[in-house]
Ligand binder design. Structure first.
Ligand SMILES: [Zn+2]
Length: 501
């Protein structure tokens, strides 16, 4: 098994620097007032939920467990009563079983993406909770799934975003962030404001609109506008089109110039984008003053990738995990690559072949979403491999921590028949400073790695082949290529495996 290395130099300083900008506290105060306005504009309890989330994390472990058990028991009862799939799957549980809902949960089969595709929506949605809902889709193409979120789930997910910002930056408001997601349409199409009316016009309609529907629409549009531009102060930049490095450079220069002009406190991006931006920033001697934190968006960075990004930008890398179907699930604290689970919102299990995996060992990640009442997700398998840790963290929190090691479909098999996850495969390759992308393919006992390098790759190929041979046996081949293509979702696949030689 690949062990998680605590990189003191990388994750050593847990506390973010305070923003140097003297106006940022004025911005903070203005934005706090803005949260109140957003709560007034809608039925949102964004700010109070966010405060409650921070308070929950500080509760003693026994109190947290009692609260989670109560929420889970209520969810199990509701799902069994009103959702056809859960009526069948929970039929074997008698009323006494709900006295220990976490143990009862473990008796259910995992909820797979196939279950979601086959059962959506009739078998999965609670009709009582299906008012004011919105459909969300996961990224990806082949394994894309659709889900329903009601207003309450959306409000909780937004509050959890504030919690992520709080953990990353020391406070949730008053700082700009820049994001480079893999597939901008996922993000941008959902937040597009087709009638780009001035805020004053929207406010007039929200207050004095002719009919209640128009007032409600104006309130929603206003809330969305305020949230994006002022509350989360987030700028989303377009994704990078795949190209050989000499052609990629123009795109990287454009994004770097735009990021430098925006002076963000937080930079989030697809992991490979972050590595390429870091590489180009070093080549051009660009620094990003004011940047405090870097976090991934839609994938994972291995320790060597994180170290490269930190060195180039002079800011700490902190892990974060979430998805469109679940919202933000966990965020790091800077003490290790592990992330603190949002225990009030999710129950996490790690299993292998139907059996629980001990803490510290990798296995299939199962997540129960305690806040989606419209479409209960019990033991949902998002397709990721993870490790769980329990016990106190040096940051002072003692909530459960997880580390995501890669996608299940990217697992390879070593010569000793161990599972090898994407995070280890990436780290083996990105140990070479001039390497900027890699794709593995395993057929039977033969492993091929295609690599993109910034300089002549002979030496890198020889050296990587030697380290791979130590793990996968002698039938290893490494060759260079000029460009690797992402999947249709815009994400890059690290590895694929086929049983036939
Ligand atoms: Zn911690």
């Amino acid at each position: 098994m690949w062990s998680v290395v605590h990189r003191g130099g990388v994750h050593g300083s847990p506390q973010p620097r305070r923003a140097a900008c003297p106006g940022s506290w004025r911005g903070f105060a203005a934005q706090t007032a803005l949260v109140r306005t957003i709560e007034w504009l809608t039925a949102s309890r964004l700010h109070s939920r966010y405060r409650a989330m921070l308070a929950f994390d500080r509760l003693p472990r026994a109190s947290r467990r009692r609260r989670r058990e109560r929420r889970l028991a209520a969810l199990l009862r509701q799902a069994r009563r009103r959702v056809p799939l859960w009526r069948e799957r929970l039929a074997h549980l008698g009323p006494a079983a709900l006295a220990d809902p976490i143990a009862s949960l473990a008796t259910l089969p995992p909820l797979t993406k196939d279950d979601l595709r086959e059962g959506f929506p009739q078998r999965l949605v609670d009709p009582v909770h299906s008012h004011n809902t919105r459909m969300v889709s996961s990224s990806g193409t082949a394994d894309r799934v659709s889900l329903i979120h009601d207003f309450d789930k959306r409000d909780t997910a937004r509050a959890a975003e504030l919690r992520v910002l709080h953990r990353l930056l020391g406070r949730p408001l008053g700082g700009r962030s820049v994001e480079l997601p893999p597939d901008a349409c996922n993000i941008l199409c959902g937040i597009e404001d087709p009638q780009a009316q001035p805020v004053s016009a929207l406010l007039r309609r929200a207050l004095f609109g002719a009919d209640p529907t128009a007032r409600e629409q104006a309130r929603r549009a206003l809330r969305g506008r305020l949230e994006r531009s002022a509350l989360f102060a987030r700028t989303v930049l377009p994704p990078l089109a795949p190209a050989p490095w000499p052609d990629l450079v123009a795109q990287l220069d454009d994004r770097l110039d735009r990021i430098a002009a925006l002076r963000p406190r937080l930079l989030r991006g697809l992991p490979l984008y972050l590595v390429w931006l870091a590489q180009r920033a070093e080549q051009r001697g660009i620094t990003l003053p004011g940047l405090e934190r870097i976090a991934p968006f839609g994938g994972l960075l291995s320790p060597h990738m994180a170290a490269r990004v930190e060195r180039a930008f002079g800011a700490r890398f902190v892990n974060a995990y979430g998805s469109s179907e679940l919202g933000s699930v966990a965020v790091g604290c800077g003490h290790s690559p592990f992330m603190h689970l949002f225990e009030d919102l999710f129950i996490v299990e790690i299993e292998d072949g139907g059996r629980p995996v001990p803490d510290g060992q990798p296995g299939r990640l199962l997540i129960t979403d305690l806040s989606n009442r419209a479409m209960p997700l019990l033991r949902y398998a998002p397709g990721d491999v993870a490790i769980r840790l329990r016990g106190p963290c040096p940051c002072g929190l003692d909530t459960e921590r997880i580390l995501v090691c890669g996608r299940e479909q990217e697992r390879l098999t070593s010569a000793a028949d161990d599972a090898v996850d994407a995070i280890e495969l990436l780290d083996l390759a990105f140990a070479h400073p001039a390497l900027i992308n890699v794709a593995y393919e395993q057929r039977g006992d033969r492993l091929t790695a295609r690599v993109v390098t910034l300089e002549r790759g002979d030496e890198i190929c020889r050296s990587l082949a030697a380290s791979l041979a130590a793990r996968f046996g002698p039938r290893v081949r490494v060759r260079t290529t000029t460009v690797l293509r992402p999947e249709a979702s815009g994400k890059y696949r690290t590895a694929r495996r086929s049983a036939r030689p």
